[in-house]
Design a protein around this ligand. Structure first.
Ligand code: HEC
Length: 175
């Protein structure tokens, strides 16, 4: 084969591989249908399939960033390099830094943190009121489902830098 024909053949084969269904990029895991079950099977296994876990659909991180800004989450949570307004020093505004946090928790944990701050209370200076509850307001009654999903997508996108790990060392110093 002359080199040009050979190069063309390689391109054609590469294109065919790229277009074959198996090689196409998979849709996000959450959008793939799971095998159907009967209602009887569900009831027998405790109401959910074995190994079932609630999965939050994928959201839009850019829209979630705007929700984060609009709700002024940055007043209590620093995000390095995110360019939110600087929060005034106020003891009422304490909270863990969220930089790099996306790599540490699943989406559903973030969703719960926002809806029910008292479900898991992270220890830290000024994080709880005297009654032991989180000072973070719950957003269960104010966020739309879409806002929640987008906000979680934004939190999950915060994987750059690793000060969250560093913040953990900071926490230890306070204990
Ligand atoms: C008044 C301060 C305050 C505001 C406002 C606030 N938070 Fe928090 N947040 C906290 C504190 C304090 C904690 C740690 C105690 C706890 O677990 O609830 C926390 C915990 C979290 C956690 C869990 C962190 C971890 O390491 O597990 C996430 C995620 C979070 N907040 C996101 C948000 C988002 C998103 C908003 C805005 C919608 C927000 N917070 C608004 C104070 C605040």
């Amino acid at each position: 084969m002359p080199p040009r024909t050979q190069a063309l053949a390689v391109t054609v084969v590469a294109t065919l591989i790229a277009l074959s269904p198996g090689a196409r990029s998979q849709p996000p895991r959450d959008d793939r249908p799971s095998p159907a079950v009967t209602m009887e099977e569900l009831h027998r296994s405790g109401g959910v399939p074995r190994g079932w876990r609630f999965k939050l659909p994928a959201g839009d991180a850019a829209r979630g960033r705007r929700v984060f800004a609009d709700l002024e989450c940055y007043k209590c949570h620093a995000v390095a390099g995110a360019d939110f307004p600087t929060a005034a020093a106020d003891p009422k505004n304490a909270g863990p830094e969220l930089t790099g946090m996306g790599a540490y928790h699943p989406a559903e944990y973030f969703a719960e943190s926002v809806l029910s701050p008292n479900a898991v209370i992270v220890k830290g200076p000024g994080y709880t009121s005297p009654d032991g509850r989180s000072i973070m307001p719950g957003y269960a009654e104010s966020l739309s489902v879409t806002q929640l999903i987008d906000l979680v997508a934004y939190l999950r996108s915060l994987t750059a830098g690793d000060p969250h790990g560093g913040a953990m060392q900071g926490h230890e110093a306070h204990h």
